[in-house]
Ligand binder design. Sequence first.
Ligand code: DQA
Length: 143
Amino acid sequence: MKLMVINGPNLARLDIRDSSIYGDLDYAQLKSLIETSASAAGFESDVRQSNDEATIISWLHEAADAKTPVIINPAAFTHYSYAIRDAAELLKAPLIEVHLSNPMAREEFRHTSVISGVANGTIAGFGPNSYVLAINALKALLG
Ligand code: DQA
């Protein structure tokens, strides 16, 4: 089973982001953790990152057309991108939203997710392990 993992803006720069919020892994290490965990769960993963809203939207269209399940960390787009929400709504297979940090325990503007309403579920606050939990949740969901 294929799995698309989409990471939004600034996640490729975990090396210079606040490790007390986002954890100790840089993006290459996070990508490798996701690939290894996905493969152990029986998924063939395709892990991507973009800072560009339009690119993320076209990846969601691609996943919708291919009926591929998606794990997405929309990063700051979580809080305001109705365009990404509308594209996510087109998916035919499950969608899981993940966050490294727990946005609900942070600044007020992070308390809103415009994506959660079209996701099967959200996993947040466990650092890189959020992705591992999401992969296992997806596996359980797909039976
Ligand atoms: C994030 C949380 C967002 O609020 C933030 O803009 C990010 C990362 C997370 O993984 O904790 O860039 O999605």
